[in-house]
Every structure is written in C-alpha cells, then in structure tokens.
Design a protein. Structure first.
Lengths: 466, 450
C-alpha cells in the first residue's frame, strides 16, 4: 500500500506531538456464512481497510483512525493526532523491515477455497446435528467465518513489520425441545488455520456434539444451589483461568491498581500446584499470532509458576512505564482501536493426578464437563462462569446431569484452594471482550478440583419444577 | 462514474443500485454509513487518551431468483464498488432460495425527527475535556474513600446514513449524540469496590458530568464491606440498570425472527398472558430524545411505536421486511444495522418497560426484607432461547424497608418468563441507558444462592 519512505514521512509528522508515534495499516477480507432452518440464509463477503495513528507522550495517548487511505489524508490525520498531544521539534524517522519468527503454515487458504466448499462444511454440520434426533432437535444454527488480515505496523523506534493473519471458525448451536422444556447445545472449532482444520475437527463431529449436549440437558434436573466441591473437566475449556486470573494479570489493570494481583510479583498467590502460562506461539491455536498488533514478536510468558507470581502481560505502553520489555501482548480488534494488553492462548499447566483419581476422591459435588462464558470484576477478583454441561458427583462417581448452573467465586481465593491438578489438557476457543474490543483467544486447563465454590442453581424443596 | 468527483451518500447509493441491476440483480439495495466519533478519557485530571475517528462504507444486498447475497466495502472507489456488487451477486448463487426475500417499497412519507443538536458540533474540544474532568472531580470529591479512577470518559458521535433500493426507496438522515461514563474505585481497609455510571443523550445541554461522577462514587462506596448471605428465597428489588440488562433477553425473544425459527419463548403466545399485570413493554423508534430514534430503519421502512406486551398480555412481535413477508404482515420498521458491514436483522429500537404507579423508592420502603439488586454479572451467559439465566448478584440488603448492608458474591437463577410473572411492583420513573429503559421493579420468588 505504502512505501517505506511514505511511512517514515507520516511518522515524522505524527511524532512532532510526542515521544513515540506508530502507524497501523490494515486490509481485511472476510467471509461469513449463516445457516438456519436448513437454509443458507446469509452469505457475506466483506472488504475493509483502514489506518490507525497513535502518538504517545509520557503516559498519554492520542489516537486517530480513518478508512480513507490516501497519503494526503494520512498526513492530515497524523497532524491532527500529533496536535492533540503537544508540539515537538522535527526529528527524522528511520524504520527497518523486520522478519518474524514462528511460521504459521496454512494449507488451505480461505481466499483460495471456493465459497461452495465452505457452504458444504456448514451443511454437513447442520445435517449431523439434525441426524442425532429428528424429533427433539428443533433448530440448528451453523455459522462459518474466515478472515484474511494483512497488517503493516511501523513506529518511530524503527519497527517495520508486515504480517498476514488467517483465521477460520465454525460454530454450531442446537435447540432441542421436549414438552415445555427448551435447551441448547453449542460446539465450536477455530484456529489460525485454513480449512485443513475441519479435516481434524470435522463439521460432522461438531454438529453431533452440539446436538447431543442439547438433548442431554433436556433430561437434566436443575443444578443444586449452594457451596460445594467442584471438579472442572480437562475438556471443560479454560474460562475459569481466563477470568479468575488472566485478566487480573494484564499490566494496564495492574498499573492502575485495578487488579487484586497488583504489587504481588514474587509472592505466592496460588497453590503450589498452579502454573499459568500465556503462549501466543502455539501453532494453529485460535489466540495465536506471529507478532502482536504493535509489531512485537509473540512469546511464551510464564505468569504464575508453582504458585508464585512471575510477571504480567505487557504491551508497549505498560512495559515502558514499568521499564521492562513488552511481552508481545499488545493486541487490538482492528485499526479502529488502540492496542492494550490482552491474553492469547492462556492455560493452567497440567499436573500429575489422573482425571479418574480426582473424581474418585470427591465424595459429593459438581462435575463440570463444559464451561460457557464468564466475566470478572478484576478489582475485587469476583468472577462468574456458566456451566453448559454439568453432572452431580456422588460417592466418587459422575452421576445425573444438571442444568442451569452458574458458578461464582473469587479469583485469588480459588487459585489458593485448588487442591488437585490432572495430567490432561483441553483447549476451547472464544472471543474475549475488554474496553469494547473483541479479540480471538483460546484457553485451557487440565482436570482440577476446587474444594468449595458457590453454585447458583434453584432451591429444590421449594418447587420451581418445569 | 470513473472515480472523478466523490459522490455524496444519496448519489452514491442511487448509482450503486442502478449498477447492481445493470449487472444482473432482480432487486438491489445500497446502504451507506458515515460516522465521526470523539472519545476523551481522563485519569487524575489528565487527558489519558484522546481518540478521533472517521469511518464510511457501503453495504450491498442483491436478490435474484429468491436468493439473497450481501457484500460490503470500506473502499468507495468505483472499481471496489463494482467488485463488491459482483461479490454480492456471487454470494447469492450459493444461498438457499426463499420466496420471502424481498425489499420494501417506497413509503408515502417519513416522520420528521430532531436528531441533530447543532450545539454539539460547535462546542470546542477544550470544553469537552473540561466536562470530562468534571465527571472525575465530582466522583473523587464525593467521599475520601473514592481513591482510584478505573475509567472516566466522554464520547460523542455524529453519523449520516443513506439508503436506496430498486423499488424506489431513497432516504437519508443524520444525527448525533453525546455522553459520559465513570467507573470509580472506593478503598477501605485493603478492600476495593467499583461503582459504575453512564449517560447518553441527544442534547449536549442535558449532559450532566457531575451526576455521572457522583453516582459512580456512591455506588462504589456503598459496596465496601459487602459479604455473601446464605441461600434463600426473598423478594428482590431490581435497580433500573439491572432491569435493562434483563430486557436484552426479552428484546431477542420478541423478534419475529426468533419466533419464526422456533427459538423464542413466546412462540404461539400472542393474545395470552405472559407476564404480571403491571408489565407493559414498548419499542418506540420515534421516542423524543431516544438514542436509537430514527425516521427509517436499515431497509428504509419508517419508524414507529409498538406495544409488545400490554398489562401482561402479549400483543405482537418486531418485524423487518423478510419476517413480515413470511407472516403476511407489514414490517414494524425494526430492521437494524450495526453498521454498513451488517445485514438488516430484526432488532429493537428504544425498548423499555413502561412506568407503573408507585414511586421507585416507595417499592424499597414497602419491602420488609429482601435484596436491592444493583449489579448482575455474566448476563451474556443467559440463554435467550430457553430464557434460563443464572448470574452473579450484588446489591444492598433491605431490612424493614430500609437499605442496610451491602451484599456480594451471590447468584440468582431462574427463567425470564417466570420472572415476568413474578413481578409484583413496577416503579413510576423510567430511566434510559442508551436504547433501553426501565423503572425499579420488585420480583418475588427467585432463589438467591450464597
């Protein structure tokens, strides 16, 4: 789009207003397919391009974006954004092209696969879900999406990176009904991969799994309410780790003292069984990238090791403030947003116990096979997450399915109390929202046990049957 | 038409529709959106972030043989526009045929709404920065325990849309709004609690920075020392903001799309009693001062006021042109587009629970023992299809009609339809948060888990 000299010229104008200037150019092609009622209803193709210019002065940020990408307009924007901060004398800017480590090979690029092949994937998932039980399955919604995003990132510290990110995603939502009871089942796969992903995670399996979950929940009774031991399956996803600890370790929240983990580096904040890692370099995962949205290379960051807090997730601005190197976690939803510290692929590292042993040693409690969404208040550490597939544990065995449970707890308290960690590990994908920006992430954990959490269900003896 | 002079919105959409028909579409529609936004964030009296933004783009829908295709572009060069038309035409080839895919005809007229406050574009940046600081000042000086700013911001937005279709629709309008928000942190004995407040308004002179700051501060301070309570069933008094988050669930279930696809709780219930007698729910695209007020929807259909639930009885659903054709009724003008990048889906405009007769605070005073629910967490995990919800809950304990100690770390679970039936008091003062509004309500029969 622009030559090296053009970018240098724009940066030179921008940096007059501060001590750091950056330009982020983005060109994105997206495809989305939606199927409901057995009909391919939405077939969407999109092209979007734009530029974001950022100027930093001390800890203050000025940001501007536009999708009019003429050089003239970008120079105008650079001037406006720099004027928003203050006036600096001229200084020349030199940027040098950098090579990125970690190749992410993509076999079947979404922009080289015909749209009819993508529609076929969606139809297979739809048929698979309906084939589980034609009577109970009332509605199936299948969504497919792919993105080919090209970025150019350059800043006044000399960074000049070009990257291409490819992501695909397939999600199935099933509504099952029996009498007056309606339940849903959800299953999704996605990654920084092309369509080869769906040879492994087949649309047939995704559809079946989502339908089976919805049907199972039809027969489930209401989850019990109150305090009890909770075993989270290694298949459950990592929502709890993401909420209970990940967000609180993002450096912006820590520096503003808005995290319960602020000022605790080097301290014991969790049980010795707990090691938490954020790793953007894992090939193919949904939260992976080669460089972050500030051009810093992706890395593996140990956040908590054997219960001791090792460090935080940094972007450029927060790293500068703490006098450390960024950890490559400066991410943004698009050119319309300034980068902020974000997670990538976050997981609780596996331990020694077998999942069977953990269940066997739990007399009574809740077994969570699959988690849904969650939320955290990082200031006091309180979090919630939903259970989309849960079972009662009685006498060390997984028994009847239960539905409608939400679990609430306090992050630091839960981390200290985790008393068993399994040797398995399962990932789940999601879109993480913060400050109005959504970014793709994945998270994972082994099977773990927390001796006490609050399960929000319905008091049984007082009725409320349906 | 070869990239010389730039077209304005109306000219562009007309030209695109003509070109799409020329390239083979039976019906075509073009939607143009442009916006300019400003955001100011202040921390400790300093402007921490200043954001200026401008965006425009075009969304194109084409129909042929009952199949529909959509494509969008932010590149408005005529070459990119032609490629986008072709992409939309290619997409319809793999879409399923559906005889209800159609576009609306031109209406005889559009309602006139005053959506653009001229004051807003005249106010200098410095004044807006000063008002943002005023939010923080009002909050931080409210109580010595308010010691941290999580986020204090001002935003305003100006937008313009234009739409045309091959059946004669050609319309455009512009509007603007502004507002502020505050998240403040109170600290005491090593404990921290947050309080949140926001206001969006069409009129710059209605924007009240002090009120925003004070409310966030009050909410933070009153949560200090909060503890969970034991599991029980007690009356729960919902704060208006909490009610509006539950209204989100209802808004989805009250769309004809959800009903037609069998994923609404209200399938087959028109005319039936679905809520307590005190419950009336309205969607009003023409509401004076409403943030989502609009003379026409994302398909160019005029906006209107709809009674969805009246005195507990279900009256009808929200429609766009497609769902209306499928049900053989007229569109209610509820085709919503988040931007030029989205297709017009059925959605709510200014959606609110209508006021009752008792004063909001009277409801608390009439409650012997219960919870004044001020915060729910994880509302996005509620199931809009089954209506089941289970959310984190915090608030203030009510004893003898008085607000007493703060409560947090609890869960309330239930079903939205059962909740509507359990409403036994509706307050008389409706408060709007963006496009949703509600008064205080009381619900008796929910389980509070701790």
């Amino acid at each position: 789009m622009f030559s090296k000299a053009d970018l240098e010229e724009i940066l030179q104008v921008a940096q007059k207003g501060g001590d750091f200037a950056e330009i982020f150019l983005e060109e994105k092609r997206v495809t989305r397919i939606g199927c409901e009622d057995k009909k391919i209803e939405r077939v969407i193709a999109g092209r979007e391009e734009g530029a974001g210019i950022r100027v930093l002065k001390g800890e203050n940020t000025a940001y501007g974006y536009t999708n009019d990408l003429s050089k003239e307009n970008l120079l105008k924007l650079a001037k406006r954004v720099s004027g928003a901060v203050c006036e600096n004398p001229d200084a020349s800017v030199v940027i040098n092209s950098q090579k990125l480590p970690v190749p992410f090979p993509v076999e079947k690029r979404p922009d080289e696969v015909p749209i009819s092949d993508k529609v076929a994937l969606v139809q297979v998932a739809d048929e698979a879900a309906r084939s589980v039980d034609a009577k109970l399955v009332r509605q199936v919604t299948v969504g497919y999406g792919d993105v080919v995003q090209k970025v150019v990132i350059a800043n006044t510290e000399g960074t000049f990176v070009e990257d291409e990110r490819i992501r695909t995603r397939l999600a199935v939502n099933v509504v099952a009904a029996d009498g007056g009871v309606i339940q849903t089942g959800f299953e999704a796969a996605g990654g920084t991969q092309g369509l080869e992903l769906y040879e492994e995670e087949t649309p047939w399996e995704l559809g079946r799994k989502a339908a089976n979950r919805a049907i199972l929940m039809l027969k489930a009774r209401h989850a019990p309410a109150g305090r009890m031991p909770v075993v989270l399956s290694g298949e459950a996803g990592g929502t709890m780790i993401h909420e209970a600890c990940g967000h609180g370790l993002e450096a912006d929240l820590v520096q503003r003292k808005l995290s319960v983990y602020a000022g605790k580096k080097g301290e014991k904040v969790a049980s010795e069984l707990v090691t938490v890692i954020d790793d953007a370099t894992l090939p193919g995962k949904y939260g992976s990238f080669r460089c972050d949205d500030e051009g810093n290379p992706a890395q593996r960051t140990v956040l908590i090791e054997n219960g001791v807090l090792q460090g935080y997730l940094y972007d450029h601005l927060t790293a500068r403030k703490d006098g450390v190197r960024p950890t490559g976690n400066g991410r943004r939803e698009s050119y319309q947003h300034q980068p902020i510290p974000r997670m990538s692929n976050t997981f609780l590292a596996p331990g020694d116990a077998s999942p069977e042993e953990i269940i066997k040693e739990t007399k009574k409690g809740l077994f969570v096979e699959k988690m849904g969404g969650g939320q955290v208040n990082t200031v006091n550490g309180d979090f919630v997450f939903e259970v989309t597939e849960g079972y009662l544990i009685e006498d060390g065995e997984v028994k009847a399915p239960v539905r409608g449970a939400t679990i609430t707890g306090n992050g630091p308290e839960v981390l200290r109390r985790i008393d068993m960690v399994g040797n398995d590990l399962g990932f789940a994908i999601g879109t993480c929202g913060k400050d109005g920006q959504g970014v793709p992430v994945s998270d994972a954990q082994p099977t773990i046990r927390i001796p006490e959490l609050i399960v929000g269900g319905i008091l049984e003896k007082e009725g409320d049957q349906d | 038409m070869n990239g010389g002079k730039k077209l304005d919105g109306r000219e562009l959409v007309s030209a695109v529709v003509a070109e799409a028909v020329r390239r083979g579409a039976e019906m075509a529609e073009a939607y143009y959106g442009r916006s300019e936004d400003l955001t100011i964030e202040v921390r400790n009296g300093e402007v921490e972030t200043l954001k200026i933004a401008s965006e425009e783009g075009l969304g194109i829908r084409v129909i042929k043989g009952g199949c529909l295709g959509f494509a969008y572009t932010s590149d408005l060069s005529w070459n990119a526009v032609k490629e986008t038309i072709d992409a939309a035409l290619a997409n319809l080839q793999v879409a399923s045929e559906d005889s209800f895919n159609t576009l609306p005809e031109a209406p005889s007229s559009y309602p006139e709404l005053d959506l653009l406050d001229p004051a807003l574009r005249k106010v200098p940046l410095e004044e807006k920065i000063e008002k943002t600081r005023a939010i923080e000042r009002a909050g931080r000086s409210f109580d010595p325990r308010v010691r941290l700013t999580d986020r204090v911001s001002y935003e305003d937005s100006w937008y313009q849309v234009a739409i045309a279709n091959s059946r004669g629709v050609l319309a455009s309008h512009q509007g603007a709004f502004c507002g502020g928000s505050a998240v403040l942190v109170a600290e005491s004995e090593g404990e921290q609690q947050t309080g949140f407040s926001f206001q969006l308004t069409r009129r710059y002179h209605d924007f009240d920075p002090e009120a925003i700051g004070k409310e966030a501060a009050l909410k933070a301070v009153r949560m200090l020392g909060a503890r969970p309570k034991e599991t029980m069933k007690v009356p729960i008094v919902f704060d208006p903001y909490v009610v509006t988050s539950f209204l989100g669930l209802l808004a989805t279930a009250l769309t004809a799309e959800a009903v037609q696809k069998g994923r609404s709780l209200f399938v087959g219930k028109v005319g039936e009693k679905v809520a307590a007698s005190g419950v009336t729910i309205v969607d009003d695209s023409l509401l004076e001062g409403g943030i989502l007020s609009t003379p026409f929807d994302g398909e160019g259909v005029p906006g209107q006021r709809k009674l969805l639930i009246k005195d507990g009885y279900l009256r009808g659903f929200l429609h766009n042109t497609y769902t209306a054709a499928r049900d053989g009724v007229a569109s209610t003008g509820n085709a919503l587009r988040a931007s030029y990048k989205s297709t017009p889906e059925v959605g709510s405009s200014n959606f609110y629970l209508a006021p009752g007769k008792i004063k909001n605070e009277e409801i608390i005073r009439n409650t012997e023992r219960g919870l004044y629910l001020t915060e729910v967490m994880g509302m996005h995990t509620a199931n809009p299809i089954s209506g089941d919800f289970s959310v984190g809950a915090a608030g203030i304990w009510i004893e003898g009609g008085e607000l007493t100690k703060p409560v947090r770390g609890m869960v309330i679970a239930g079903n939205i339809v059962r909740l509507l039936e359990m409403v036994d008091a509706v307050g008389s003062e409706v408060r709007f948060f963006g496009g949703r509004g509600a008064p205080v309500i009381r619900v008796t029969g929910l389980t509070l888990s701790g």
